[in-house]
Design a protein around this ligand. Sequence first.
Ligand code: ADP
Ligand code: MG
Length: 700
Amino acid sequence: MPADILSLDIQYLKGVGPMRARVLQKELSVSTVGDLLYTFPYKYIDRSKVHSVAELTEDMPLVQLRGQILDFEKGGAGVKKHIKAFFSDGTGVVELIWFKGLKFVENTYKVNVPYLLLGKPQRFGRRFSIAHPEMEKADEADSHPTPLQPFYTVTEGMRKASLSSRTMQKLMRNAFETAGDRICETLPQHILESHGLQGLRDALFTAHFPDDSMALPEARRRLKFEELFYLQLDILSRAVQRKEESSGFLFPHVGHAFNDFYAHHLPFALTDAQKRVIKEVRADMRSGRQMNRLLQGDVGSGKTVVALMCCLLAIDNGYQACLMAPTEILAEQHYATLEKMLQGCGIKVCLLTGSVKGAKRRPVLQGVKDGSVQLLVGTHALIEPTVEFHNLGFVVIDEQHRFGVKQRASLWEKNIRPPHVLVMTATPIPRTLAMTVYGDLDVSVIDQLPPGRKPIRTLHYGERDLPKLYDGMRAELRAGRQAYVVYPLIEESEKSDLLALETGYARLCEAFPDFNVGKVHGKMKPAEKDAAMQQFIRKDTQILVSTTVIEVGVNVPNASVMVIEEADRFGLAQLHQLRGRVGRGADRSYCLLVTRKQNLSETTRRRIGVMCETTDGFRIAEEDMHLRGPGDIEGTAQSGLPFKLRIANLVGDTVLMSEARQAATLILQQDPGRALPQNNVIWQQMKRLKNGVADYSSIS
Ligand code: ADP
Ligand code: MG
C-alpha cells in the first residue's frame, strides 16, 4: 500500500476490481482512490421532500414519490418492447415505463411492496408518466437517509459495467472507509486560515455526503479554491520561469522619433490610460527581459496610437518594428493611419500584404532587409520566410483572436532573439479567461475612452418598424453623416446570405435615391473592396452595405449609424465590435439592431437587451460568457489549461479565481526559492498533480 493513500490504485478499492477499474480509467480518467474522491457530483437532489401524485405538475423537475405498484403490463415488440407499471400512492396513479433493462425490471420490482421512486413526471393526456424511474425499497431508503442525494456523471460505458450514480456513491463510501482518516491536507495551514477554508477531509466528505444544503457551499468553495490555486500557481510560475530564461532587447533610450512625434505630430492629447500603458511597455523594454504583453482596450479606446508610439521607441533604439493585422483591409487602414500620423517625421513606413506583388514587393522586401524600412505594416504575409528583417525588435499584433499561437511563435525566428511582443485585442476578455488563457502574459488595460465621445444609442427594430428606422437614417444622412448596413455571412449559408445582402443593397438604393450606396463583401477582389472602402472614406458614398469584413478596426469617424441586419445571428462580442465602428466622431451615434423573426429565443432577446442597455465591453463579455454557457467556453478555454478542472468553473467562479491568483502570487513573491517549510505541502502537491498527468498516459 502506498504511503500516500490517495494514490492507491483504484482496482484495490472494495467494490471495484480490475474490470471496473478499466472502465473508470477509460471513461473518467480515474485511476486512483484520490482521482475517485475528486470526481464530484454534478448536482444534488433534495430527497427530504416527497411529493404526492395528486400535486404533480408538468414543469416539475425530478420528484420523489412513495407508493406501490398495482400492476404490470407488457407491450410492444422488437425495439418497441416495453414494460409499464401502474404506481399509486393513494392520491392518484402514475404510469412507470421502461424500454431497457426489462429483465432486470421483471426480476426486481414486485407489486404491493412500498417503494421510494425518483423520476421526471411527464404528462400524457390526463395521466402522468415517468420513464426509467430510479426505484428503491422504501425501508432500505429510510435506513440510509440522504437528504441531499448527489448525482454523478454516468457514461454509457459505465452503465454497461453497472456503474450507476448510486454505485458511484457506494464507491465513495468505500473510499472514505479505506482512506478517510489518512487523507492529507493539500493546502498549507496559513492559507487555510487566511482564506477561511475548511480542511480537505471534511470538504471532500461534505461534497459527497452533504448533511444539508447549508454545508455544501463552504465545502465546494474549499475544493474549488484548491483547484484554482494550483492552476494559478502553475500559470504564474511558468511566466516567472519564462522571464528568467528569455532575455530581451534593451531599448534604453527615448530618442528623437518618439519625442518629435509627441511634441509636434500627435493630433490630440493622450488619455491617462494611454500614457500609463506606454509607461508599462517602456518599463518592459528597459528590463532586459523579453516583453509579452496583452493590451486590452475596448473598441475605440485608442490602441493604435499607443502601438505606434511603442514602435517609435524601438526605432529610437536602432530596431525595426512591425504591426500585423488579421485582414488586408485592416492592414491597409492601419498603414494609411500611421503614414498620415507620421507625415514629416522622417520615418519610413511600408505596407506588405499578399496583394503587394512583383515590382512593388521587391523594394519593400529589400528595404526591410537592409533596415531602411523602419516600420512595416501588414498581414501574416509579414511572417513568411521570404521576409527577412535587418533588425526586428518589436512586434505589434492587432486583434489577436484571429492569430494562432503558431503564427505568433514564428516571429521568434525573425531575429537572433525573440522581439518584444505587444498583442492588442478589442474583444474584451472576461476576467476569468484573462487570468487563465492569457494568464502568463502581462496585461495592460486602456480603461478609458478619448474625451468627447458621446454614448452610442442602441435600438432594436422588428421587421414592421423598418420605415421608422429609415426615417432615422435619413435624418443622419441629411446632416452629412454616413451609415453602415451590415449583413451576416455564414459559410454554410453563404449563397442565401449574399443574396440577402444584394437584395438589401437594392432596397436601400431605392429607399435613398438622393444618396450613394456602396457595398463590400468578402467575395469581391481586394482591389474592388479597397475601391469601395476608399469611396466611403472619401464620402463619395454615404451608405456602405457590407458583410462583417468591416468588423475589425475600420475607422470612419463621420459614420454615425450602424445598422445590423439579422442581429439575432451575431454573437454578443461581434455585435459589440460592429457597434464600435460608430461613435468615433463627436456627434451622437446610433446602433440599430434589426431582427426579422417573429419569435426570438430567450437568449437572443437577452443578447439584444444587453446591447441596448450598455456599451461597457467588459459587462458584455461577461454576459456573453453566461449566455453561451460554460460548455462552449470551457471547451475552448479548458483545452489550454495545464490541469483539467474538476469542480471549479471558469465562467462562474470569477471572484474565487482572483482570490486564488492573489494567493498564488503572494506565495511566489514570498518564497521564490521554495524554501519556507510552511509551504512544503504546496510543492509536494504540485509535484503530485504533474505526476498524475504522466501516470495516466502510462496506464492507457
Ligand atoms: P481602437 O482601440 O479600437 O483600435 P483606434 O486606435 O482606432 O481605437 O482609435 C479610435 C479613434 O480615436 C481614432 O480616430 C483615433 O485617432 C482616436 N483617438 C485615439 N486616442 C485619442 C485621444 N487620446 N484623444 C482623441 N482621440 C483619440
Ligand atoms: Mg483597432
